[in-house]
Design a protein around this ligand. Structure first.
Ligand SMILES: [Fe+2]
Length: 296
């Protein structure tokens, strides 16, 4: 291993030092990094100076990159390339988004607990978020360890939720924050998708919950029962003991595993300060139902 690894928590978050992500990774470095990522779901690479190209190249070592859903949204001009989710508060002109900006409202959905792209049939394996510039106060990202949260569930609940499948939809999380601007084309092109509630984490072999604010209902349960169960599991999982809070420094690249975590962005004075954050997202290998051998 040619980089250094500094655990922040025993088995959830770690900082990786002595590595320059502008340089191509050797096979040995890649294997060691993947192995670290199977143990630690959140890896922090401080002090990296990355262009869009560098970030895409490093990210694509872990699998094929998603194309941002923003690209498919009508009338949206992109500030970054199509392989980037623009998590900033900036418009295509690099100026702060205004108070009434539609994208500002849409992006505020990132403040709900979620895992990236669970509303897509094949969701995200991992995300890599680069902090080009950050506000002086606020704007932290919180990560929850869903393997630890699953382990801590009472056996009765583990038995009850075994084999359950939830429906996830981007509309669900945006409705929760009052966003209603989807066109009928967008609604029909992004139907709800089934995702298992409990999955096996391929890298570690550990069981994990798979949850997000995108989850709207649970197949086979009434709306009321499904929503109550989802709310109960999210409340259990987001207890402080399962959460790592990342306080960003400029030039941090943070990579997290969407298969066994949830995250949310914390507010900051977004009408006053720039927060230029760029996310690349690596697709998983198959839908969660297919991976678990469940056919809803
Ligand atoms: Fe996210």
């Amino acid at each position: 291993m040619s980089f250094s690894l500094h655990p922040i928590t025993p088995d959830f978050a770690a900082e990786i030092g002595d590595i320059n992500l502008r340089e191509p990774l050797s096979e040995e470095e890649f294997t060691s990094l993947e192995s670290a990522f199977n143990t630690y779901s959140v890896l922090i690479f401080p002090d990296q100076k990355l262009s869009e190209k560098h970030q895409m190249k490093f990210s694509s070592r872990f699998g094929p990159l998603e194309t941002s859903i923003q690209k498919f949204r009508k009338g949206v001009k992109l500030r970054l390339g199509p392989k980037f989710a623009d998590v900033s508060n900036l418009g295509p002109d690099n100026k702060l988004l205004g108070e009434d900006s539609e994208r500002r409202l849409f992006n505020s959905g990132n403040q709900l607990w979620h895992t990236d792209s669970s509303f897509m049939e094949i969701p995200a394996k991992c995300s890599l978020l680069y902090a080009k510039s950050i506000p002086p106060v606020g704007g932290h990202t919180e990560f929850v360890d869903l393997r630890a949260a699953y382990d801590a569930l009472p056996k009765k609940i583990k038995d009850d939720i075994k084999g359950l499948v939830a429906e996830h939809s981007i509309r669900e999380s945006r409705i929760k924050i009052g966003y209603k601007e989807f066109t009928s084309d967008e609604v029909s092109s992004m139907p709800p998708v089934p995702q298992v509630l409990v999955r096996n984490h391929a890298g570690s072999g550990r069981r994990t919950l798979y949850l997000a604010s995108h989850a709207a209902r649970i197949i086979g349960l009434s709306d009321k029962e499904g929503k109550a169960l989802l709310a109960e599991l999210i409340e259990h999982s987001t207890q402080r003991r399962f959460v790592y809070i990342h306080r960003w420094r400029a030039n941090d690249l943070v990579m997290w595993d969407n298969r066994n975590t949830m995250h949310r962005g914390k507010p900051f004075e977004d009408l006053r300060y720039k927060r230029d954050m760029r996310r690349t997202t690596v697709r998983d290998v198959a839908s969660t139902c297919e991976q678990e051998g469940i056919h809803p």
